[in-house]
Design a protein around this ligand. Structure first.
Ligand code: HEM
Length: 462
């Protein structure tokens, strides 16, 4: 048991702040694992300031259920240059609560059914470009799928020139953002966000961002002029949404929130499906069991039956457990003196939930490095033991959408194609910008079509 200590931050490495910061940026998972081995369920790292990391379910519960009293969920100013100052991620307090209330209804579980067709159709379109016997890299293919799904389900944009330009620009901005250590550093050190002239990364980013905002404004303007109550895309619903005082979102809020949904929802889901495809094909027994289960659904367009399949659910959960795409919750800040894992914390202390470390706990997940979907069939985990989408006041707004999307993309691919990994050696997790992605490209090959169905795309047979 830890000794109760007065107003002292939990233990942590004594190395200089810059060294800690560099270790944190270059290999966050290893660094967190080393620290938890040395210091236990709670430790402090000196990053841009001291940050307390916790991976104890009781402490996570305390932190994520008492957001308004003991802990506040502040805005993340680091993201302002990317998402704007009206984003749900950068605002705090009452404004944050209002933005969430306006944003959440389109992502409610029931609404998902409206997006099922878009998800399946987009997946079919993209996989129709894969040729039998020709290897492809999984992550960019999944990025293409999730980008187009967001363009259609969230922005309501299909084949217009504006849609095409937006998709191209956003793909360039997002696939590059954070992909190099320099760009990851730029997120943590806003001082590096300097315009050093044409063709430098920051200038290019700003130029693209400004064009994206211009296109978004044009789209919002066009929608306002031709209001169509039958549209079910998220943007149309957000334009129609009213807060408790009957006020709509301003154009500036709408643009920032669209950027936020895109940044938060595109790369995360693409990476999650990439990991799931890797694990399914890495473990033949898992694949076999999953295919058997998928074959029990006679009507492939019946999305509500697909999303209820227990083993598919367990496979998705285990993928999100073993290498959670979001390794941390956003920071919460202590509001009043409180005790956490035996430490007395002062107001102002920043605390982050380590989703990665919690999901690696041997006491919850025996042999945590092994991919075993069965654990999710054998027992129920509390929202503080399994928390791929965080929790409390800042819990992921797109959680239901992301899970629905993951399941339908996987079901569509697996029931139509037989795939194999090109290289069966282990893939490890690595920080890729803001998400936990694979440390090397995962390549697969289509070995065959799985079944003859009228909607099998023709290019596959080539
Ligand atoms: C597998 C995919 C995804 C994962 C693993 C994921 C994970 C997370 C995590 C860990 C957080 C922080 C929660 C906290 O601090 O307690 C978060 C926040 C958020 N996510 Fe997701 N996410 C995913 C997909 C999406 C999608 C598809 C969208 C929207 C289209 C989305 C929108 C957001 C937003 C807006 C926030 C900030 C909420 C706030 O500040 O109040 N996410 N997500």
């Amino acid at each position: 048991m830890q000794q109760k200590q007065r107003m002292k931050l939990p233990n942590g490495p004594k190395t200089p702040r810059l060294v800690q910061m560099l270790q944190w940026i270059s290999s966050p998972m290893k660094y967190m694992e080393d620290c938890t081995q040395r210091y236990g369920d709670i430790f402090t790292l000196q990053l841009t300031g001291p940050v307390v990391f916790v991976s104890n379910p009781q402490a996570l519960q305390q932190m994520l259920t008492s957001d308004t009293k003991e802990f506040a969920a502040p805005g993340e100013p680091l993201f302002e240059s990317f998402l704007g100052k009206h984003s749900v991620i950068t605002v705090s307090g009452e404004v944050h609560r209002r933005q969430r209330q306006l944003l959440m209804p389109p992502f409610h579980g029931e609404r998902m059914r409206t997006y099922a067709q878009v998800i399946t159709k987009v997946t079919e379109e993209i996989i129709s470009q894969w040729q039998i016997g020709l290897p492809f890299t999984v992550h960019p293919a999944m990025q293409a799928i999730t980008m187009r799904i967001i363009m259609q389900a969230v922005f309501g944009l299909y084949d217009s020139p504006r849609a095409q330009e937006l998709e191209e620009l956003l793909t360039l901005m997002l696939n590059r953002a954070g992909s190099s250590p320099l760009r990851a550093l730029m997120i943590y050190f806003p001082a590096l966000q300097k315009d050093l002239g044409p063709l430098t990364p920051w200038r290019t980013f700003l130029r693209r961002r400004s064009r994206v905002y211009q296109l978004l404004q044009e789209e919002i303007q066009a929608r306002r002029e031709q209001a169509d109550s039958s549209r079910t895309d998220v943007l149309s619903l957000l334009i129609a949404a009213r807060d408790e005082a009957g006020q709509p979102m301003t154009d500036a809020e709408l643009s920032d929130e669209l950027m936020t949904l895109l940044v938060a929802g595109h790369e995360t889901t693409a990476t999650a499906v990439t990991w799931a495809l890797y694990w399914i094909h890495k473990s033949p027994a898992v694949r076999e069991k999953l295919l058997q289960e998928l074959d029990t659904v006679s009507d492939r367009s019946d999305s509500s039956s697909i999303v209820k399949l227990p083993y598919l659910n367990a496979v998705c959960n285990e993928s999100l457990r073993i290498y959670p795409v979001g390794m941390l919750t956003f920071a919460r800040v202590v509001q009043q003196p409180l005790s956490l894992c035996g430490y007395e914390l002062e107001p102002g202390t920043a605390v982050m939930g380590s989703i990665y470390l919690t999901h690696q706990r041997e006491d919850l997940y025996p042999q945590p490095k092994q991919f075993k979907p069965e654990r999710f069939l054998e027992r129920q985990f509390s929202p503080y033991e399994f928390l791929p989408f965080g929790g409390g006041a800042k819990r992921c707004i797109g959680a239901a959408f992301a899970q629905f999307e993951m399941k339908l993309i996987l079901a569509t691919i697996l029931s139509r194609l037989e795939l194999a990994l090109l290289d069966n050696s282990d893939v490890k997790p690595k920080r890729r910008g803001l998400v936990t992605g694979p440390d090397r490209p995962i390549q697969m090959v289509v070995s065959n079509q799985r079944q003859v169905e009228s909607r099998i795309p023709e290019a596959i047979s080539g």
